[in-house]
Design a protein around this ligand. Structure first.
Ligand code: NAP
Ligand code: MG
Length: 496
């Protein structure tokens, strides 16, 4: 476990020598003290990233040359996959198989963007057809500069990969700040980049508090783009900070995503996907389908089966064999989730199961899978993100009612529908106001496909070619090619 920041290709002690405690949420033990960056460290990181971008030539490399580094990072992650997955478990709490999956996905993300970097060389420019024949024009894509990336604790290394890989592929340099709760694997990414011989300053990693290191990133004039994943309130602050000097900004925020199950669905399959949609990663998933709407004909049977299956989920330390649900990430998160359940109960909701720690556990931030019914539509339990293993289940009668309930939210990250009637499923998918829609499943995420939200769930898209475009500017290059003599009074025809 690392005790230094990764700035300009070197490991450095934080300028003020501060550290913060790293706690294993399964045992509540302090397992490490990580370096706490302050504004001075962020300034050094931004200066290094600026130099790497403006002078050292990272953006001038061909995409194929940058792809070599990205592939080396992917291989470096895979070479240490089990070890890094274990770090993720003791830091975040998630079950080992999920962590192992995340780390493999993170490596895959670097490989994917290596391929897109190569493609940048193949499609360097797009000719533009002009009505005025005296000119030719083309559009080219260029790296936009230095990115500042701020990420949450729910998928620590994977969220880092979603930002670092496309930024580097595009030719940007980057300063990354992981969440204070989960800094261990981000620092290992620095070590992997070092082994991959990534040029100094291209990737800089500053761990520390959001209010200190994060704030210093969003305020720094040397940063051209802010890429953020996290909560709405912090997203709002970031957008406001970006507004001051017109930084580019992309935001991936929270959600309260609906899952509509029609009465022709197979109950067993529906229950499996519902559980995956809310209990995976202890429900600490931005796209979790936390509002389940079930058509009335199967509501009672489905609910009974869901309660029964949720009761079978093995809860425990993520390092133990067969565990499907680990602890929540922190004491604070645990307390917030329990408070949200209690507020739901006070508002009139019924706790069909869960809502408490498992029997006989005295250490660790464990909470049983929780199902709420009779949740009032105007309550916070129905409307606000809980970010824990808590699902609200509610009956509906008609398709129109289901769509109206599903869309009645200030969020619009994801939505899911299950039905054997494909025409209906497609119709509902089209009606959802959400950036990610799943038919007959919930949560599968692919590096190739766009990821991001409508409404208050964010701005911009990550992953796929959309993720690369986040880090590119578009430049128009227009040339005068006519033989006609050119006077200041011979104006080109400008058409709107
Ligand atoms: P958060 O409090 O917004 O923190 C996210 C990141 O922002 C952390 O690195 C945090 O640092 C930093 N931060 C906090 N205050 C800051 C400030 N003033 N300036 C700059 N940075 C600051 O969110 P979280 O509690 O970690 O994560 C949970 C939330 O993230 C949920 O709402 C969830 O829906 C959302 N999320 C969304 C997605 C998505 O893809 N849309 C994915 C995952 C999570 P510290 O940790 O050091 O405070
Ligand atoms: Mg931790």
């Amino acid at each position: 476990m690392r005790t230094e920041l990764y700035i300009d290709g070197r490991w450095v002690k934080p300028a003020q020598g501060r550290t913060f405690a790293v706690i294993n949420p399964a045992t509540e033990e302090v397992i490490h003290h990580a370096p706490a960056a302050t504004a001075e460290d962020v300034d050094a990181a931004v200066k290094a990233a600026r130099r790497a971008f403006d002078k050292d030539g990272w953006p001038k490399l061909s995409g194929s040359q940058r792809a070599v580094y990205l592939r080396a990072i992917a291989n470096g992650i895979r070479a240490r996959q089990a070890e890094i997955a274990r770090l993720e478990v003791i830091d975040n709490g998630k079950p080992f198989p999920e962590a192992d999956w995340d780390i493999a996905d993170a490596a895959g993300c670097f490989d994917f963007y290596a391929d897109l970097a190569v493609q940048l060389d193949n499609n360097p420019e797009e000719p533009i057809a002009l009505a005025d024949g005296r000119f030719t024009s083309k559009a080219v894509k260029e790296p936009l500069g230095v990115a500042g990336a701020i990420i949450p604790w729910n998928y620590p290394l994977l969220m880092a990969a979603w930002k670092v890989a496309p930024a580097l592929a595009a030719g940007c340099t980057i300063v990354l700040k992981p969440a204070e709760l989960t800094s261990l694997t981000a620092l290992e990414l620095g070590a992997i980049a070092e082994e991959a011989k990534l040029p100094p300053g291209v990737l800089n990693i500053v761990t520390g508090a959001g209010s200190v290191a994060g704030q210093a990133i969003i305020d720094h004039p040397g940063i051209d783009k802010l890429a953020f994943t996290g909560s709405g309130p912090v997203g709002s602050k970031i957008m406001a900070a970006a507004a001051r000097d017109i930084k580019r900004v992309s935001l991936e925020l929270g959600g309260k995503s609906p899952f509509v199950v029609f009465d022709d669905a197979d109950i067993g399959e529906a229950v499996e996907w519902i559980m995956f949609g809310i209990f995976w990663n202890q429900g600490q998933v931005c796209s979790a389908t936390s509002r389940v709407l079930v058509q009335e004909g199967i509501y009672d049977r489905l609910l009974a089966r869901l309660v029964e299956e949720a009761g079978k989920i093995k809860i425990g330390n993520g390092l133990d064999e067969g565990v499907l649900l680990g602890p929540l990430v922190s004491k604070r998160q645990y307390e917030q989730v329990v408070a949200a359940i209690e507020a739901g109960r006070s508002a009139g909701a019924t706790v069909a199961c869960g809502g408490k720690p498992p029997e006989g556990v005295d250490k660790g931030y464990y909470l049983e899978p929780t199902i709420l019914t009779d949740v009032p539509l105007d309550s916070d339990a129905w409307r606000e993100e809980i970010f824990g293993p808590v699902v609200c289940v509610r009956p509906f009668s008609t398709e129109e009612e289901a769509i109206a309930l599903a869309n009645d939210s200030r969020f619009g990250l994801a939505a899911a529908v299950m039905s054997k009637d494909d025409v209906r499923a497609e119709r509902v998918a089209a009606a959802f106001r959400a950036g990610i829609v799943w038919i007959n499943c919930s949560q599968p995420t692919f590096t190739e496909a766009p990821w991001g939200g409508y409404k208050e769930s964010g701005i911009g898209r990550e992953l796929g070619r959309w993720g690369l475009e986040n880090y590119l500017e578009t430049k128009q290059i227009t040339k005068y090619v006519s033989e006609d003599p050119w006077g200041w009074y011979v104006k080109p025809v400008v058409r709107a």
